[in-house]
Design a protein around this ligand. Structure first.
Ligand SMILES: Nc1nc2c(ncn2[C@@H]2O[C@H](COP(=O)(O)OP(=O)(O)O)[C@@H](O)[C@H]2O)c(=O)[nH]1
Ligand SMILES: Nc1ncnc2c1ncn2[C@@H]1O[C@H](COP(=O)(O)OP(=O)(O)O)[C@@H](O)[C@H]1O
Length: 228
């Protein structure tokens, strides 16, 4: 029998807390595959799939899409990643979603980015993205090398429809009422690790140290290591 020790992590935090930015650093440093629910939804909108067309208005209004829709989409994506260590960003966002994830996978750790709402609001209005890859820029924090263009492909960057000040306010409200209970859910399971701060560059070394320790303690991340 071949057993695989795989590492499965979730990253949580309010909109704009730096989940995408830190996920990118984690996937580069630790080789985890990064799956962002927002990227999956935006890809569906771009491809004009039935789900994408139906979900666009929820997203543009700063509301969450229905649990059954997003859970089906994400669990379907995760099926294609079964041989990999992964990091899930943006899912789960409700306790119902967390329960669906639990029924399919064992989650090793949940990284919670605790960034004050006031810090976030300023960031999101200056966020630019490369929709095809999910790469994230910010005109102040990490501007692209050439203004308006993606560093890797040279393709144009865009701003998200839901990064307007009014929609950001609604998303933060949704986070408070629907997503914060998920933090308690994981805290009760003893797998929540919270990192507080206002700057990604100050939070990142702590996340890096935490994950490095997990690796050295043998807490997963041994993709491909087979045992007889
Ligand atoms: N000013 C500033 N902007 C940041 C910092 N960390 C990330 N950002 C930017 O803030 C925006 C939101 O970050 P992102 O990683 O997309 O957050 P997410 O919504 O939680 O995935 C992006 O434009 C980032 O480039 C930071 O420490 N300071
Ligand atoms: N797990 C989820 N459950 C419900 N809606 C979701 C989920 N993930 C993403 N969405 C929808 O997509 C939008 C954008 O999500 P995301 O890209 O993760 O943004 P951010 O973390 O910056 O708010 C959310 O505001 C919501 O409408």
């Amino acid at each position: 029998m071949v057993l695989r020790v795989l590492f499965r992590a979730v990253i949580m935090g309010p909109p704009g807390s730096g989940k995408g930015t830190i996920s990118d650093r984690i996937s580069k440093s630790f080789g985890l595959k990064h799956l962002s629910s927002g990227d999956v939804l935006r890809a569906n909108i771009k491809a004009k799939t039935e789900i994408g067309l139906l979900m666009k208005s929820c997203i543009d209004q700063g509301q969450l899409v229905p649990d059954d829709v997003i859970s089906r989409l994400i669990l379907q994506e995760l099926k294609t990643m079964e041989q990999h260590n992964w990091l899930l960003d943006g899912f789960p966002r409700t306790v119902t979603q967390a329960e669906s994830l639990d029924s399919a996978y064992h989650i090793d750790t949940v990284i919670n980015l605790d960034v004050p709402f006031e810090t976030i609001k300023e960031r999101l209005t200056s966020r630019w993205i490369h929709p095809a890859s999910g790469r994230v820029y910010n005109t102040n924090f990490n501007p692209p090398k050439i203004p308006g263009l993606d560093d890797v492909t040279g393709e144009p960057l865009t701003q998200r429809n839901d990064d307007t000040p009014e929609t950001v306010t609604k998303r933060l409200k949704a986070y408070e009422t629907q997503t914060q209970p998920v933090l308690d859910y994981y805290r009760n399971k003893g797998i929540l690790e919270t990192f507080s701060g206002t700057e990604t560059n100050k939070i990142w070394p702590h996340v890096h140290a935490f994950l490095s320790k997990k690796v050295s303690d043998g807490g997963g991340m041994a993709s491909g290591k087979a045992c007889q």
